[in-house]
Design a protein around this ligand. Sequence first.
Ligand SMILES: CC(C)(COP(=O)(O)OP(=O)(O)OC[C@H]1O[C@@H](n2cnc3c(N)ncnc32)[C@H](O)[C@@H]1OP(=O)(O)O)[C@@H](O)C(=O)NCCC(=O)NCCS
Length: 172
Amino acid sequence: MSDVDITLRPWRREDLDLIKRLNAPEMTEHLGGPEPDTKLKQRLERYVSAASGNTRMFVIEVSGIAAGSVGYWPREWQGQPQFETGWGVFPEYQGKGVATTAIRLLMDEARRNGINAPIHAFPEIHNVASNALCRKAGFRLLGTEIVEYPPGNPITVNDWVVDNPKTYSPNR
Ligand SMILES: CC(C)(COP(=O)(O)OP(=O)(O)OC[C@H]1O[C@@H](n2cnc3c(N)ncnc32)[C@H](O)[C@@H]1OP(=O)(O)O)[C@@H](O)C(=O)NCCC(=O)NCCS
C-alpha cells in the first residue's frame, strides 16, 4: 500500500457505524473494553465538534475507505499544558503501515495548527502493537507511568513523546 493512498478527514455526524467499529472488543482490549451506546454517541459528538481549536480528531482513510481513527487533544501532564494522541486501525488494515503514515499526517496537521508543545502517547505496557507503533513512528520513550483509564481504573502505561510537531521527523 502506498503512502499517498492514506489520508485524514474530519469526523462527521453520519459516522456512528465507524465509531461502533472502533468500539469492538478487539479494538478496546487495552482501553478498558467497549463503551455503552449512549457514551458512543457523546464521543461521536465530541469528535465532530473537534474540527477547530486544539482538539482534532480524524477518520483515517485508505483510498477513500474508512480504516481507523487518529487525533490529539490538550492534556495537562506533570503540571504543564501538553497534548495526548490516540489511534485505532480496523483489523483488516492493520500491519500495513497505515497507523505509521496516519501519525506522520497528524503531526503535519498539528504543525499547521500551530501546536508547539509535546504530544504524548500512553499505550498500556502490554499493548505490543501500539508500543511498536510509537517506536516505529519516532516517539521517544520516557518511562512507565500509572494513569486512570477509564477514570477510576488505574493502568500501567509507557509514556512516549514527540517533543514538538514542528521538529517531528518520522525517521529519527
Ligand atoms: C496499534 C495499531 C493502531 C497499529 O496500527 P497499524 O496500522 O497496524 O500499525 P503499522 O502497520 O503502522 O505498524 C507500526 C509498527 O508496529 C508493528 N506492529 C503493528 N502491529 C503489531 C503487532 N500486533 N505485534 C507486533 N508489532 C506490531 C509493525 O510491525 C510496525 O513496526 P515495524 O515496521 O518495525 O515492523 C492497531 O494495532 C490498533 O488499532 N490496535 C487496537 C487499538 C489500540 O490498541 N489503540 C491504541 C491504544 S493506546
